[in-house]
Design a protein around this ligand. Structure first.
Ligand code: SAM
Length: 269
């Protein structure tokens, strides 16, 4: 039997279109942003962490280290890094998200530099980081994985680490139809996604306020594409962990624990 001849695609949008995709996605997210608040300030002040134990174990002690969070949204993970003693910069393309993050940082009395910035075209001064982190629905907004990993790798210090903590691409394309029943609702190899066939894969807030009526485009990056893009930049993959999370496949039953829901990739320079 012959396999389907599908390469591990890393670029799907022509260079000229990347900026248009980012512009559209920026408008989409700015419409959602006033409705997204993340964890309340009290969550952090009472010791809560927006970083998982697995992430913290992979990243190690961040005290005194320079951390860059990409697609930071309202900055919950950035605030957690700052409370752990890191020097944190966090970028996003939605001004209202950044405003929420700044207000929470001020209320908590922690320093996070929130910057309005496209993660595809980071300013030259955003460099020299010990940790670059992206998570939970951040990577799916990257229109060109080759360019993105090249940029990110160039902003890491020697000995620095890139941490991608994301929804698993298999989860992105599978829809629960009932107990132990799944259907394929997306294309693992297609990468380019306009809208969402399965509303559970869309940003969670859209289930409350509906989807903004503006074009937006996200991407399913398969594991092979991510690893290929990362190693092609010269980074060394230290670990690639996959995790089952039953709640991410609601209605599937115990079989949900036999398939991946998230992954955590750690790569060093
Ligand atoms: C689901 S949220 C990020 C996840 C974040 N870790 C969290 O849990 O809140 C996705 C974020 O990506 C941002 N985003 C999308 N495209 C971006 C780009 N090109 N550069 C920077 N941020 C981007 C959006 O504005 C949004 O805040």
């Amino acid at each position: 039997m012959r396999g389907r001849a599908v390469p591990n695609t890393v670029s799907v949008v022509s260079e000229s279109r990347v900026s248009e995709v980012v512009r559209q996605n920026s408008e989409y997210w700015e419409r959602l942003a006033p409705h997204r608040h993340g964890e309340p300030v009290e969550f952090f002040s009472s010791g809560g962490s927006a970083l998982t134990d697995d992430e913290l174990a992979a990243i190690g002690d961040v005290r005194g280290r320079r951390v860059l969070q990409l697609a930071c949204s309202v900055g919950d993970e950035a605030l957690t890094f700052a409370r752990l003693g890191a020097e944190v910069t966090a970028v996003d393309i939605a001004p209202s998200h950044l405003a929420t993050g700044r207000a929470k940082a001020e209320a908590l009395g922690v320093d996070v530099t929130f910057v309005l910035q496209d993660m595809m075209t980071l300013d030259a001064e955003l460099t020299g980081f010990d940790v670059i982190y992206i998570s939970w629905g951040g990577l799916c907004w990257v229109p060109d994985l080759t360019d993105w990993t090249r940029t990110v790798a160039s902003r890491l210090n020697a000995g620095g680490v890139l941490v991608i903590s994301e929804h698993h691409p298999l989860w992105e394309i599978l829809t629960v139809r009932g107990d132990n029943a799944l259907s394929v609702s997306g294309d693992y190899f297609g990468t380019d996604r306009v809208g969402y066939d399965d509303p559970l894969k869309a940003p969670e807030i859209t289930r409350t306020i509906g989807a903004p009526d503006v074009p937006h485009r996200s991407f399913v990056w398969g594991i092979g594409s991510v690893v290929t893009a990362v190693v092609t930049t010269g980074l060394t993959v230290r670990a690639l962990q996959e995790f089952p999370i039953e709640e991410m496949y609601p209605g599937l039953g115990e079989q949900a624990m036999s398939i991946p829901a998230t992954y955590l990739l750690t790569a060093g320079r």
